[in-house]
Design a protein around this ligand. Structure first.
Ligand code: ATP
Ligand code: MN
Length: 465
């Protein structure tokens, strides 16, 4: 007999399974004994809700029932019936049960409910079995799917940019090295430095910090592209919003100026939030109830609210005039901290904000230079509870301006020859941005630590599992 997923048994309407024999397989969440009946709450991961299994204990072997404990895995065949009990519409009257795997009551970590998120982080191999993490990772899947759906519907092409990169211009200092050299005894040059010509690729290589530069090559050929893949940053920032390995979505568009870029970013975020509201309501309701009673309200609000757009300079003005005490003082030219970003979003405007035209000295070399000589056509999207969720810009398409900026910033032009050639041959105005996938996940799930929205988080001093 074929297994039916619990989501299908619970949600099918009309329900073809009712009063029929069905087979379910899953993990036991709780077992409750009463006089002649045992009630098992079974979860198979397909949905947050458990299915109740009603077991007449006269019909089953006592030692089998004793071995069925929280965490054990069973297969149940029985009749799906309308439930008489409260809290569930259907239940299964068990006819036969197979025990696939026991879970020792004394050693199984999730034997009891109510563990802290910290404890669960240390048990990342099992935390996926909890209601919370089941909800989070189902939503994570839905968001990844919606991202591809959004860009596919708009005629963008998904471009696979490399994970191992030979250029270190963007993230010098914050990149992980990739090498097969023996670090205890590396080949040396005459001056004592490591001889990377003997390394696997014949040169130093790193894990990518962004697919953008390669994405631009795609945009200047295919028109509309996006990347969606893992990126790596070796910054020692142990915050609740930074990971060492995180996923990023980076659309890159030929013939888009910064306004088109902002329009796309806003439409994109609203699309994803609406997708979650339409497809993940059971999981969102759980998170709303357990973690943040204003989650659904916030999602519904952002989904329909026009984002505020203003320049960095105007934002600095607002921050300077506010009577808020900031840990990091504000003046024109500083990089905004998340406390500043959140003040603008949560206190001042009370809605998402897009800031543009940042000082060139705090932004990357490739951003389009404004005529004032001081600012660039950058745009950051700032979100409630998060701060920066998207960073992007119109790109500098002028060869001389770009090359000058590269020299000014002390970047070795030789490592970027291929990138500069796009501005030499058929250059075009273009724009793009990067959305941190886990920052989006923080917003959609109301989790407060970014380590709780990726199955196996990597952070400084933490790469277990
Ligand atoms: P921040 O100022 O928040 O550290 P950033 O300006 O360094 O971010 P960008 O290089 O602009 O980040 O990257 C684009 C997006 O990727 C950011 O807007 C953010 O959503 C996400 N992001 C950046 N760094 C991280 C990280 N270490 N972990 C998770 N997401 C990140
Ligand atoms: Mn940024």
């Amino acid at each position: 007999m074929k297994r039916i997923k619990i989501i299908d048994l619970i949600k099918s309407d009309p329900n073809p399974y009712i009063n029929n024999q069905v087979k379910v397989e899953g993990w036991v969440r709780t077992k409750r004994d009463s006089k002649n009946v045992v009630f098992i709450a079974l979860n198979d991961g397909s949905i947050i809700h458990h299915l109740q299994i009603v077991v007449d204990n006269n019909k089953f072997n006592e030692s089998l029932l004793k071995d069925i404990t929280t965490g054990s895995c069973i297969s149940v065949t029985g009749i799906l019936t309308s439930s008489q009990g409260q809290g569930q519409a259907v239940e299964i009257i068990a006819e036969s049960i197979t025990l696939y795997g026991t879970a020792d009551v004394n050693t199984y970590q999730l034997q009891k409910k109510g563990h802290t998120l910290e404890f669960l982080r240390e048990n990342a191999h099992l935390r996926i079995r909890t209601n919370t993490f089941g909800a989070i990772f189902r939503i994570r899947h839905a968001m990844a799917f919606a991202i591809h759906k959004f860009y596919n519907e708009k005629g963008f092409f998904w471009m696979h940019t490399p994970i191992i990169t030979g250029s270190d211009c963007e993230g010098a200092g914050s990149m992980f090295n990739v090498t097969t050299l023996d670090m205890n005894n590396p080949p040396r040059q005459e001056d004592g430095s490591i001889d990377y010509s003997k390394d696997f690729f014949g040169k130093p290589t790193h894990l990518t910090v962004s697919g953008q530069l390669e994405g631009e090559l795609g945009a200047l050929a295919l028109g509309l592209v996006y990347t969606f893949g893992p990126t790596f940053r070796a910054e020692n920032s142990n915050t609740s919003r930074h990971l060492s390995e995180f996923w990023m979505i980076e659309p890159e568009m030929a013939f888009y100026d910064i306004h088109d870029n902002m329009d796309l970013a806003e439409e994109f975020l609203k699309y994803l939030i609406n997708y979650a509201l339409e497809h993940c309501m059971d999981d969102l309701e759980f998170l709303n109830k357990m973690y943040d009673k204003s989650l659904l309200e916030r999602l519904n609000f952002v989904a329909v609210t026009k984002f505020e757009r203003l320049t960095y300079s105007a934002a600095i003005d607002i921050l300077e005039k506010s009577d808020q005490k900031f840990e990091f003082p504000v003046s024109w030219g500083v990089d905004l901290q998340s406390e500043h970003e959140r003040y603008l979003v949560e206190k001042h405007f009370k809605k998402p904000v897009i800031l543009t035209d940042y000082p060139k000295d705090i932004k990357a070399f490739y951003m389009k230079q404004n005529d004032d000589g001081k600012t660039v056509r950058a745009m950051d999207v700032l979100f409630p509870t998060i701060g920066e969720i998207i960073g992007g810009s119109q790109r500098e398409e002028n060869y001389d301006k770009l090359s000058n900026r590269i020299h000014e910033m002390g970047i070795d032009e030789k490592t970027l020859w291929w990138y500069l050639e796009t501005r030499k041959f058929g250059t075009a105005p273009h724009s793009g941005f990067g959305l941190g996938f886990e920052r989006l996940m923080l917003f959609v799930t109301a989790m407060s630590n970014i380590r709780d929205v990726i199955p196996f988080p990597r952070a400084p001093l933490s790469a277990d599992f």
